[in-house]
Ligand binder design. Structure first.
Ligand code: 5RP
Length: 258
């Protein structure tokens, strides 16, 4: 891995803990103004001090994050679908040149393994990696789970391994039973999405279990920005990810901070 790529990746996965708390706010690229993200700037600004990086689209980056900010960016570069269409039919929406112009630390693209568009999305990932490697930009493969796909270790291990085999530098997937099997068979770092909003205690348990089974961190969105107290929630997640706190200790932080 060349110096530049390593340097960019280290802005996301922090060297002192080997972990990361990424704030995912890219949902609008197919969901539109989803709850908690109606006004992106209002959602993002209070959370920036507690996130290791932001995962978002170029449109939200340009309009809703101060250019003076030093927070590392993981740019969502796939899309082209909406909640009204066929979600798996994504393509590349943002060029590597644009990613460079935006001075990002990484780029992210979804793959839809098992969907009618699996080939396009897997070749899309491969082409993105070919280009990104030229400029030393790490690629995060997002394993999207089609509605008729079982979110189990067998399926997620397949998706994560394929992404890693194609050259993704790190992978975002979901927590599941026997998650350790997903970790063991994926040769690159894995972060987990938080998924649909659940009670804060459950989301903290999810983060705790994922970390303790080998994930390097989270790329969490709805369970933070749809929380009754987003700043308290990201602080609690950080306590688990970076300070090795228990779920109970983290939940205490949440309740104290909210
Ligand atoms: C949406 C995404 C999100 O970045 C990912 O799902 C993480 O967000 P959440 O924690 O809300 O699931 O890729 O397509």
């Amino acid at each position: 891995m060349d110096w530049g790529l390593k340097n960019r990746l280290s802005r996301i996965i922090k060297p002192d803990t080997g972990r990361t708390v990424m704030l995912a706010v890219d949902h609008g690229y197919f969901l539109g103004p989803t709850s908690g993200l109606e006004v992106p700037r209002k959602t993002i600004e209070p959370l920036i001090p507690y996130a290791d990086s932001l995962m978002l689209t170029r449109g939200v980056l340009r309009t809703s994050v101060p250019a003076e900010s030093s927070i590392p960016i993981v740019l969502r570069v796939s899309g082209g679908t909406s909640i009204l269409g066929t979600l798996s039919n994504e393509g590349i929406t943002t060029s590597i040149k644009e990613a460079l112009r935006l001075n990002v630390s990484g780029v992210a693209l979804s793959i839809f393994v098992g969907s009618p568009h699996e080939k396009e999305t897997l070749l899309g990932l491969s082409n993105l990696i070919n280009e990104a490697e030229e400029y030393g930009i790490p690629v995060l493969a997002v394993t999207a789970v089609g509605k008729d796909m079982a979110r189990d270790a067998r399926y997620l291990s397949l998706c994560c391994r394929i992404a890693a085999e194609l050259g993704a530098h790190f992978v975002k997937t979901y927590y599941c039973e026997e998650f350790e099997k997903v970790i063991e068979t994926c040769p690159v770092p894995v972060v987990i999405a938080g998924g649909k909003k659940t009670p804060e205690l459950d989301a903290l348990k999810l983060a705790y279990n994922a970390i303790n089974k080998g994930a390097v961190g989270v790329d969490m969105g709805r369970n933070i920005f749809q929380s009754e107290a987003p700043v308290a929630m990201i602080k609690a997640v950080r306590a688990i990810v970076h300070k090795g706190k228990s779920v109970e200790e983290a939940y205490e932080i949440f309740n104290k901070e909210k």
